[in-house]
Structure formats: C-alpha cells, structure tokens
Design a binder for this molecule. Sequence first.
Ligand SMILES: Cc1cc2nc3c(=O)[nH]c(=O)nc-3n(C[C@H](O)[C@H](O)[C@H](O)COP(=O)(O)O)c2cc1C
Ligand code: SF4
Length: 373
Amino acid sequence: MASERSSSGRPFEDMPDVCYTTFIVPMPGGHRKEREDYWDADFHSLRSMVTLFEVVTMSLDIAPLFEPLPIKHRLLRNRIVMPPMVVNRGVITPEGIAWYERRARGGVGMVIVEATRVTRFGRELTVENLRPLVVAIHEAGSLAAIQLFAATPEGAREPAELSMRAIDDLVDAFRRAAEICAEAGFDGIEPHGAHGYLLNRFFSPLQNQRTDEYGGSLENRARLALRIVQAINPICGPDMFLLYRHTPVGQGYGLQDSIRLAAALVNAGVDILDISPASAVAPADLAEPFTRLSVPVMAVNEMDRLDRALEALRERRANLIAVGRGLIADPDWPLKVRYGRFEDILPCVHCDDCHADLRQGRLVRCSQWKEEP
Ligand SMILES: Cc1cc2nc3c(=O)[nH]c(=O)nc-3n(C[C@H](O)[C@H](O)[C@H](O)COP(=O)(O)O)c2cc1C
Ligand code: SF4
C-alpha cells in the first residue's frame, strides 16, 4: 500500500504508534524534532519547555478521539466519522472511489458514503459495481457505510403523495438496496431520516398531512421509519450495523418527540444514532439527550473544531463525532490530529462554498484550498 504522507511530505508511518503526539514537537525557529533530539535541545529555552508541556497535555486530551469503538462484530479504529456528503463525483466512478479512498486514507474511522437513492439499486448500482468502492475504503483502513435515500419512481416529495402501495414499494426498495449493500461488503447502512427529506417529512406534524395510519400521532408519523428499520435489521445480522440519521429539532417537533422516535428505532434494531441538526439551524450539537439510549450517538456540526469534539467525547455527550466539511478541506484531518500536526491542518472556515457547489451540480471541492489534497 502506498505510504501515507502528511501535507508536508512526511510519511505518517515513520512515526511511533504508541502515543499520539509526544514524539514530534515544534521547536523554536519552526523546526520539528524527534523526541530523542528534543532531550538534547536547549532546555534553557522557555518556549521549548512550554511547547513540551502543551504537547504532552494535548496528547492526553486527544486520546478520546482515538479510542477504538467495537460495534457488533466490527471495530471502529477511532471516533471520527465522515458523514454522508454528496460530492457530485458518483459512487462507482473512478473519481468517486478515489474521493472516498482518499478520505479513508486520511485516518477516519468510518466513511459513510453519500445519500444514494434506493431506486438506483438493482439496475444501476449492483453488488459487482459497488464492491470496488467498499474495497478501496477498507484497504485504506476505514469501515464503510452508505446512506440510503428515500425515493420513489414517481419522485414523490410529500408524504401525502404516497399511496399505500407506494409506501410498501418504498420499504421493499430499502430492503433490496440493503441486501445489495450487504453483499457488496458494506459494514453499515444508514436510512436518511434527516434534513427535511421524505422520511423526516413523514415525522414532521407540519409536513405530514396524511390522515391514515402514517399521519397524525407520533406513533403514526414514525411508522414508515420503523418499517424501514425493521426491514433492514435482519439483513444486518450480527456483523453489519444499522445507523439512522435524524434531525433532532424540526418542523413542528422538538427534542422530546425525537427521543421517543429514537427509542423506538433503537428497539427496532438501530445500532448508531446519527444526530444531525439541519445545516440551516445554528450549529448546535444536540446529541447529548440521545446518549441516555443504549447505543452510540454521533454528534454532528462543526466537530472539526477540536475543542468541541473533544469536549463532547470527554463529557460523554456523544460517542462519535462527524467531520464533514473538515474532511473536504483536509482529508488528513484525523492523521494530523493524531500526530499532533495541528499547524499542518488545512482548516475549514465553514464558509459553505462547497454546499453551493452541491446545489449547483458542480464538483464539490474546498474553495479555500485550491490545491485539492
Ligand atoms: C457538500 C455537502 C454534501 C452533503 N450531503 C449530504 C448527504 O448526502 N446526506 C446527509 O445526510 N447530509 C449531507 N450533508 C450534510 C453533512 O453530512 C453534515 O451533516 C454537515 O456538513 C455538517 O457537518 P460539518 O459541520 O462537519 O460539515 C452534506 C454537506 C455538504 C457540505
Ligand atoms: S468550501 Fe468552505 S465550508 Fe467547504 S470545506 Fe472549504 S472552507 Fe469548509
């Protein structure tokens, strides 16, 4: 396998694996030195002492990010997850595979491949043509999950547009897509229940105008999500895990309703809750109340701000953190954090230009760092 290199060209595997940061320290004058060299350095330099103190302290602090997490029969190598992001490169094209492989090589624990319409599976997306994507992510050391997007052949956008038959077909489409993903080797499957898309609209009392058993009470509004989870759960078996992405506060519902939904989903077999406030909302991390349930919870939104991520993990307000735009800006974010190369990180400034790329159908890339890493 090609050696992993930081942006400054140093292969990451040159560095010892036993502790996270103490072996490379910034030195006065901007040099970097190995720890052995450090002991020979000029100890009269107050700055060196302070730097050493900071680095040792940081090495303790970042540990929660790199604690492995066993889920079912799988092991996440760390707590950093790349959330699903459509980047307009496709998922079976060489460009799409290279995009995901590059992020996996940057050290992320799990890659969740972008929202993929369930209607595409079977003909356009098959076991054979999805496998290279999974293999590429695995060979780069990450687990591979995929987000499944609720879509109907008619392109229904509102709950009221779906006939009972269309609902049954949608559940079947999720089941078929999950079977194909399982056979292709994915480790996890995530129905997209967030951000105001169809499943989320079913849950919203304002957006769901149905008067049958899929509308009205919370139980009815949760019914479709539950049916989908119940359909996928047996396919996951003891090995694969089932994630669910949900927006905790949405149109006409709040945290209490979301916790009731999440509890029912966990009961039905969900293994990881991906709690994603819609990006238009203030970037608050709302994962904490869901940690009362018995499964790992992922916090989302600007978790590339290391202090936020570490605080959430340390205070057990989340078990996993999503780094989305941070990995568009710099795919090596996990490795650079792990090895204490904070000043090498190409930071995301949360300008959302990449979101504009998405909306306008352009290749998604970071506008701040033209030299796509
Ligand atoms: C270009 C782009 C594409 C996205 N595509 C998806 C998607 O396919 N499914 C989804 O649930 N969220 C999608 N999101 C939202 C991200 O998964 C994530 O929740 C959001 O960017 C906030 O996390 P961050 O602050 O770490 O970027 C997308 C975001 C961006 C910037
Ligand atoms: S374009 Fe802006 S929001 Fe997107 S990754 Fe780059 S800095 Fe972050």
